[in-house]
Design a protein around this ligand. Structure first.
Ligand code: 5GP
Ligand code: MG
Length: 180
């Protein structure tokens, strides 16, 4: 792993190597595989951040499963929160299916806490959430996290699909913002 990397104006230091990330994801996939034995789960990966993460557990699964990819868009609405989060690209019927959401990182939990009721409205048989990373110190919204590979401190990270202003997604490992 390179010592330090620069993305735009910021310097990042190594945090998790590619092999550490992959073995964490393998464990997560093994749990899902065991829990869903005999079922036919549907994974919903949330773009853009989770595109790299999503392929990893999927490769290690032995249960027959489907995957689809969605984007979340937030609109200024008339609700008290001022924002409505809605999904783009969800063309699959969820009713009666065992759904697992794949997210890159659970930070404050705001995005998922606003989005989950929409999924629940579609009446899946069950709904679980898997996140590669979780920042417990930053999480203020109540989101049930069923599968998580790594708990990380409340510091900004890039790599493995996660960006800083559009760049850094291609880095195969995880880097953490260097404090000055
Ligand atoms: P939340 O609604 O949970 O606060 O936000 C989750 C989203 O914020 C993630 O899906 C991700 O796109 C972004 N995010 C949160 N923390 C980080 C971070 O440390 N690095 C990057 N690159 N994105 C983050
Ligand atoms: Mg995201």
């Amino acid at each position: 792993m390179q010592e330090e990397i620069q993305v735009h104006d910021k310097v990042f230091i190594p945090y998790l190597s590619q092999s550490e990330i992959e073995s964490g994801i393998k464990e997560l996939a093994a749990k899902i595989d065991a829990d869903y034995a005999g079922e036919f789960p549907l994974f919903i990966a949330i773009l853009n951040g989770s595109f790299m993460f999503a392929s990893e557990p999927f490769k290690h699964l032995t249960v027959a499963s489907e995957i689809c990819f969605i984007k979340l868009a937030s609109y200024k609405g008339t609700t008290s929160s001022g924002h409505i989060i809605t999904s783009i690209g969800l063309d699959t019927e969820l009713k009666g299916k065992h759904v697992i959401i794949l997210e890159d990182i659970l930070d404050t939990g705001k995005t998922l806490s606003q989005f989950l009721p929409q999924i629940e409205n579609m009446q899946p048989a069950s709904l679980k959430i898997a996140a590669l990373l979780h920042k417990p110190q930053a999480t203020v919204y109540n989101v049930p996290l069923d599968y998580n590979a790594f708990k990380i401190p409340n510091k900004f990270v890039v790599g493995f699909g996660l960006d800083y202003n559009g760049l850094g997604r291609n880095i195969p490992a995880l880097y953490q913002l260097k404090e000055d």
